[in-house]
Write a protein of this length. Sequence first.
Length: 100
Amino acid sequence: MEHVIFEINKEKEEGINLLSKDDLVSRQSIMIRDAKSLGIEGDSIYVKIDGSEEAVKLAEKIVRENELGKKLSEEEAKPIMDKIKEEEESASEGMGFIFG
């Protein structure tokens, strides 16, 4: 399974719909978070896609052709991945506490 994180310009937020409208890309795991919700300065939106290699490449093409933002390198994506993982673990712990 491949994954990619895009940094989308806030002004181009509506363009994220292009990813969810594509049949192949929309069937992948897509997570959308804004910078503030991840505790990151700025007003960018981060889109994480986990899925097939073909779908990830198509998502890259959609983002590039529509000038929505940029694909983050592994080094740039690591802090974002860490924040998302931390957020998921926190939510999971909360559910465990509720249903514990």
